[in-house]
Design a protein around this ligand. Sequence first.
Ligand code: SAM
Ligand code: SF4
Ligand code: SF4
Length: 335
Amino acid sequence: MELLDTLNRPLHDLRISVTDRCNFRCTYCMPSEIFGRDYQFMPQDQLLSFEEIERLARVFVGLGARKLRLTGGEPLMRRDLESLISQLAAIPGVEDLAMTTNGSFPLARLESLKAAGLKRVSVSLDALDDETFMRMNDVDFPVQRVLDWVEASAAAGLGPVKVNMVVQRGVNEQAVLPMARYFKEKGHILRLIEYMDVGASNGWRLDDVVSARELRDLIHAELPIEPLEPNYRGEVANRYRYLDGEGEIGIIASVSQPFCGDCSRARLSADGKLYTCLFAIGGADLRSMLREGASDDELTEAIRGVWQKRADRYSELRSAATRDLPKVEMSYIGG
Ligand code: SAM
Ligand code: SF4
Ligand code: SF4
């Protein structure tokens, strides 16, 4: 019988954070004032090993998860990620195996990632001009190298490549149209993401969010679009196609039109905690169970129990009352 939570949502996707470290310091995610030289990242022995991740993933797949996504922090910071990918790709029942990356690692990695069994990549890029992008990644990383990664991913058969852009008012709104034009022309799917109040370090304010409606109007005025049907239940992006018949664009309205009702995602943090919402305060400690010798059946029952009790719908409840609740950082829980 299908595993459902208290709001009848199935467990369909598992996002696996493989590290809390990153070589970027995006101001909306890991601001350098907080994630500075002295910041204490997780020590190696607290991270799940690849064997531990594979074992948990197998249990999640047994409970209905069909899509796995590697994330972080920056997943490519984890040494020999290809070995984990090949273990995950071998799990019977896995229909999709994807990774979200900042696209900053050498292009040669794409061949080995593909050979290991990775199916798709999503790449994050917040502007087409170096001035804006470097201000946002805060490590002077140039746009062109990420664009090269996008093209090389598609050429390696890791498409359709989705490009994720977080839009912040007064920071990179002006980059939206150039990004839309560029990726339409190149045939990749741009997804505009409303800036979210994840974590406690980015100083989020509602005024900084450019709403999905504004984003749609901005695109439509220049490049006319019309809505498309979702591909599947739980798809987070509102999809639009360009009226000239060439390409599509997605808008992720996490703040202004929350989609908790269809949220089928579980998140596994790099230290083995199971979170049932991006905004959860705490997670179930699966690593301790693993290291104390729990059997697969015991792990299955523990995860089933957590999911059956799940009632999260933070974004639908977002209000002044939720604003000051403690939250975990995106780089820790995995975006
Ligand atoms: N480092 C990888 C990357 O940047 O693609 C993977 C992890 S990152 C946390 C995953 C996604 O979360 C990225 O697309 C990033 O832009 C997005 N993200 C991070 N902080 C966010 C925020 N406050 N609001 C909306 N999206 C955010
Ligand atoms: Fe790193 Fe991704 Fe967060 Fe940027 S969004 S700091 S690349 S984890
Ligand atoms: Fe899912 Fe939580 Fe986001 Fe709602 S707020 S869509 S439950 S992760």
